[in-house]
Design a protein around this ligand. Sequence first.
Ligand SMILES: [Zn+2]
Length: 282
Amino acid sequence: MLFLLLPAQLPRPVLPSASALDTFDLSDHTVVLSVDDGYHSVYENIYPLLKRYQMTITLALITGCITEGKPSYRPSDRFLNEREIREMMDTCGIEIASHTLTHAWLTHLDTASAWREISDSKRRLESLFGTEVITFVYPYGDMNGRVREMVRRAGYKLARAVRGGTPNLWVERYAIPEVELRIETRLPEVIHYIRRHETTVILLHRIVHSPKVFTEWPVSDFAALLDWMHARRVRVVTLSELYREWWRERLNRALLQSTADSNPTRLFEDVDIDATRTPHSR
Ligand SMILES: [Zn+2]
């Protein structure tokens, strides 16, 4: 017998109410907090919240500013020192990334100078903190094909850009896009974005009590964002963890492929052993 459903008989879709929507478990969502430049306000205003929620960040450091203890653009602020960075690494498993030696416009430099900025900063960070540095962050997001190739040759596994979008490591590892927290960014917009995307890389510079310049965001909103993510079990990882997860998936796919091909000798030719080890536990 054929049943015809007239419009009035169609089952109505059940839409969750706004408050029910807000309680959804988001443990299959991933967020990276990518903090640029290494201002002391990271230690003051971000670090306590990371400890409270057991979260972590990828911190892009201007190598020359750590070792020389430079003041920042605000007389009341300065850059992080070595001790503060080490403490955050030990306590919260933060990842340190290179943001060059001097925060240079890389496409404006000749090849030798750009190479120094990219490669020497990696070596300096590694000897200073005794850990491998695999992530690079382009100052001002300034890069082109030549710069990306230098970053790859210097031994970085991934690099974050300054451009809007969602990351896809299968497509582009050396220009990872982000969502930036700027003075005009509203908290509900950020929450909405995280909800709608499986992986979100958030770029931030300075979290302060009274934002004044475009790269600053309020402590109160940042605390509310972390509280919201914590309550909904959003995973917060570093960029290097994102890379390692991608590598494991790549390895799994290669395994499946090689089983299908019955040619296991090809399997380990291109394996990045570092990517397969267990990341720092928090
Ligand atoms: Zn920067």
